[in-house]
Design a protein around this ligand. Structure first.
Ligand SMILES: Cc1cc2nc3c(=O)[nH]c(=O)nc-3n(C[C@H](O)[C@H](O)[C@H](O)COP(=O)(O)OP(=O)(O)OC[C@H]3O[C@@H](n4cnc5c(N)ncnc54)[C@H](O)[C@@H]3O)c2cc1C
Length: 438
């Protein structure tokens, strides 16, 4: 006789923060059969950004949740190009033709606004499995009662939920309210991001820059007159309408050495400082014709002691803010969301014991996200720490294991469903382990 299915209760879920992580969690928990409300502090129309990388380990979950990925107008990464800083001469090209075949999913590059719109649409639309999520804007979370399961917002409104998710980003209020203390220091490297419209690239006669479907790096390797903190990453996104630039430089060379974060646009001269004055003139032309030029202050965060308290948990940047050098910020937020969807699914009995489910969430997610967080910090000063794109050969894998280095195999071959099943089975028997005992 097959065992009885584990008990399942539809949960009322409150997600604080409607960024990429919060919306992903909304989709995952909607698909798992729950009633989800997203509380966002501001109007989504204010969102800005540049390209967001979504490697195979992120794309996998978008597909699993039935997201209409094409609606997010991604560009698939097919080629990496390394150029010389001063001349723009191509030093190296690396084809990713076998990326999908190797990992089962493509490497997408979205514009942040498109990716956000795609996830918001998936969370709230009538079509698709589960009850459409509701979205409430102009709600800034400021208080939390993890015993009563309530969140109170600055406008005086209090809501009660069975499960509260803090997806409120790098300066998370929810994280502070569950008593996780930040250990953060300003990074030696600062980034400016900006966008160039493809129509402007064509107008400048630099068509090859728009047509190339790849990421292009200049620098990143220290030379006599180029410190390790100089690096440009360029990615096409928005269906090819935009090319995004991430311009990294030593913090000491910028006007943004003080703590704090400014959302004010910067003049071109802020970007073309230091070694950028010697950059390939074509690239300088592109930056001069850019829009949305924003400083992105970078911080190195140590892992938090805990991510949960009672029926409250944090995810995404609220849980594991990281340097951008593995391009895994958004993917890690998506994986957090996927873990919540699996743990609170009908396969397990955690919906009748949310606190135990969140303990399992932390057990599953914290070690992996912390490895990525640490490897992202190391890659700031050593490009060889980047996880790369192709599967490692046996000797490379052996070396990586000896050095405890994060690898692309580890990222893309990971089976989260099997991981959850194994951890639950080893920790529980009966209702939570559910049909795993069969
Ligand atoms: C403006 C911006 C631009 C970014 N651009 C890039 C980029 O170009 N490339 C890249 O790789 N990464 C970028 N990132 C980081 C990347 O988006 C994250 O690593 C990743 O997407 C994780 O998202 P998240 O949902 O955890 O956090 P976030 O994307 O920061 O979302 C947090 C959300 O919570 C809301 N919020 C914050 N506090 C409260 C509160 N008290 N109450 C209610 N709501 C609250 C915020 O308004 C925001 O919508 C950017 C982040 C921001 C905020």
């Amino acid at each position: 006789m097959s065992p009885a299915p584990p008990p399942f209760k539809q949960l009322k879920v409150a997600i604080v923060g409607g960024g990429l992580g919060g919306l992903s969690a909304a989709v995952a928990l909607r698909r798992a059969g729950h009633l989800v409300s997203i509380y966002e502090r501001r109007d989504f129309k204010l969102e800005v950004g540049a390209s967001i990388s979504c490697a195979a380990n992120g794309t996998q979950w978008l597909r699993e949740w039935g997201v209409d990925i094409a609606s997010g107008r991604p560009i698939q990464l097919m080629k990496l190009v390394m150029r010389e800083w001063k001349t723009g001469k191509i030093l190296n090209q690396y084809s990713l033709d076998d990326y999908e075949k190797t990992w089962g999913n493509v490497y997408n590059m979205f514009h942040r606004v498109d990716m956000h719109t795609m996830l918001l649409e998936t969370a709230t639309q009538e079509e698709g499995e589960g009850t459409p999520c509701s979205v409430v804007v102009d709600h800034i979370a400021k208080e939390l009662d993890h015993e009563k399961g309530t969140v109170t917002f600055e406008n005086g409104i209090t809501v009660q939920a069975d499960l509260i998710i803090g997806a409120d980003g790098i300066r998370s209020a929810v994280r502070s309210l569950i008593g996780a203390i930040p250990d953060t220091k300003s990074a030696n490297q600062t980034c400016y991001r900006c966008n160039v419209k493809t129509e402007d690239i064509k107008r400048l006669g630099l068509v090859e820059w728009a047509a190339d479907p790849g990421i292009q790096f200049w620098g990143g390797y220290p030379t006599d007159d180029l410190s390790m903190y100089y690096k440009i990453v360029m990615s096409p996104c928005a269906g090819g309408d935009i090319v995004s630039f991430y311009c990294f430089m030593p913090t000491e060379m910028t006007n943004h050495t003080q703590e704090g974060f400014q959302f004010a646009e910067v003049p071109v001269s802020d970007i073309l400082a230091g070694a950028y004055s010697q950059l390939d003139p074509n690239c300088v032309d592109l930056i001069k014709n850019s829009i949305d030029r924003m400083p992105w202050r970078l911080y190195v965060h140590q892992p938090y002691t805990h991510w949960t308290k009672g029926n409250v948990a944090v995810l995404g940047d609220a849980a594991h803010p990281m340097m951008p050098h593995q391009s895994q910020g958004a993917c890690m937020a998506i994986e957090d969301a996927a873990a919540l969807g699996i743990i609170f699914s009908k396969d397990y009995g955690f919906t009748t014991d949310v606190e135990a489910g969140l303990a399992m969430y932390q057990q599953i997610r914290k070690p992996r996200a912390t490895r990525v967080q640490n490897a992202s910090a190391r890659a700031t000063e050593n490009l060889n720490e980047r996880i790369g794109f192709s599967s490692l050969s046996a000797p490379e894998a052996k070396l990586a294991a000896a050095e405890n280095k994060l690898t692309v195999d580890e990222m893309n071959l990971y089976d989260m469903k099997a991981h959850v099943a194994k951890e639950v089975a080893s920790k529980y028997s009966g209702s939570k382990a559910g049909n795993l005992q069969a």
